[in-house]
Design a protein around this ligand. Structure first.
Ligand code: FAD
Length: 362
């Protein structure tokens, strides 16, 4: 493997290459051991070339976006960890009105599970008052590279009078990561806007996939079960009300600001509607169960603990390790199972772990 590593390293631009790079520096939660080889490609063609070369050399490849939905092992990740640093946003043509209607018809609607408990507890923010329908506005195509930071994209596009992403303000992540897990803001899912995705397939070819090929669901896309790499995404956005979208984005971001950033987002999938009704809970939110059912406010192992601002988040309060983080997940699962018989499932991505370290929690 050493010769293969060397062959890959020789081909990389030393300016953007780091060996044994701590991945904690590349995740919002600030946890993660070293990557053997860390590389930030500067363009999509370079991203493709490096991944294809590593694959040819049989070096394992892991893609990272903003690192906001992952927990990386303390041992780090073997092989190449690569990020797309390409940041193009290409504004295209307005979509003819007939096609707009077809898009609305074809769009897969996913039942949202977002729920607040605005009666009691810490999870008090509400978004419903900000929601509105833009479907009668003209559409416009925008192609966004997977490496684009979406906080930047939202602001950039709104200033150009292009709307549709305002519901996702203050959700960290890059375009690639957003598609990988079908990011959701309140009642909206990003799949509502996706026209197509350019991917690097397993055999090294670039292929354009239509939205209907992407198997989008709640926290789900075809990319969970494929080796494809997301290169760029074409969204059908709106020539909507710029001032309204700007207001919603700012207000949305303000309300979301209470969520702790040094985290991986919501750790567990919400419970199903059926379980919520059966258990007579006011919400399907895991935060409610952690705060009010198992009463884990303040629960901590090492520096990893339940966030007091939002009980569905596990925060790194200092120098938490992945081991601490996993132990908190495990203790929450055990307590919830004891209280109501439900097995909670993590919705974050666990990278670099040995099977036996995590088999009981996934
Ligand atoms: C404070 C906070 C708030 C959050 N709020 C929300 C929210 O409201 N709604 C929501 O849905 N999520 C939320 N999240 C979770 C997270 O922001 C999203 O899941 C986001 O989509 C992750 O994007 P990323 O670029 O950080 O992906 P990463 O965490 O870097 O990667 C996630 C997965 O995607 C894969 N991946 C990334 N890029 C590519 C690519 N180009 N090709 C193939 N695979 C790729 C990675 O290998 C990994 O398995 C929140 C997280 C935090 C920390």
């Amino acid at each position: 493997m050493e010769t293969q590593y060397q062959e890959l390293i020789n081909k990389l631009n030393p300016k953007y290459l780091k060996l044994n790079e701590p991945l904690a520096l590349h995740t919002t939660v600030g946890i993660g051991g070293p990557a053997d080889i860390w590389y930030e490609a500067q363009s999509t063609p370079e991203f493709i070339e490096v991944i294809n070369l590593a694959r040819r050399l049989q070096i394992p490849v892991t893609i990272l976006g903003r690192g906001s939905n992952v927990l990386i092992s303390d041992e780090g990740i073997r092989g190449l960890v690569i990020k797309n640093g390409s940041k193009n946003i290409i504004i295209g043509q307005e979509v003819p009105i007939k096609e707009t209607e077809e898009l609305e018809e074809e769009m897969e609607r996913i039942e949202y599970r977002w729920a607040s408990d605005n009666q009691k507890g810490t999870f008090k923010y509400e978004f419903k008052d900000l929601d509105y329908d833009e479907s009668n506005q003209p559409r416009i195509e925008v192609k966004i590279d997977s490496g684009v930071d979406m906080a930047f994209a939202i602001n950039f596009l709104i200033t150009k009078g292009i709307t549709g992403l305002q519901w996702y303000a203050r959700i960290p992540g890059n375009m690639g990561g957003w598609i990988y897990n079908n990011v959701h803001g309140g009642t909206h899912f990003i799949n509502e806007l996706v026209k197509s995705v350019d991917v690097l397939s397993d055999n090294g070819a670039v292929v354009t996939l239509k939205a209907s090929d992407l198997n989008f669901g709640y926290d789900k896309s075809r990319f969970h079960n494929s080796n494809e790499v997301i290169l760029s995404v074409t969204l059908n956005l709106f020539r909507g009300d710029k001032e309204k979208a700007k207001y919603v984005a700012l207000e949305w971001a303000k309300r979301k600001a209470i969520q702790p950033h040094r985290s991986t987002g919501s750790v567990f999938k919400n419970i199903s509607k059926d379980d919520q009704i059966r258990l007579n809970y006011p919400t399907a939110s895991i935060g409610y169960i952690i705060e009010h059912v198992i009463k884990f406010t303040g629960f901590k192992i090492g520096d990893a603990g339940v966030s007091k601002a939002h009980h569905g988040f596990i925060e790194n309060f200092g120098k938490a390790t992945a081991k601490d983080y996993i132990s908190v997940i495990r203790e929450i699962q055990k307590a919830v199972y004891k209280a109501n018989g439900l097995k909670l499932h993590p919705e974050i991505f666990l990278l670099g772990f040995k099977k036996e370290e995590i088999s009981d929690i996934i």
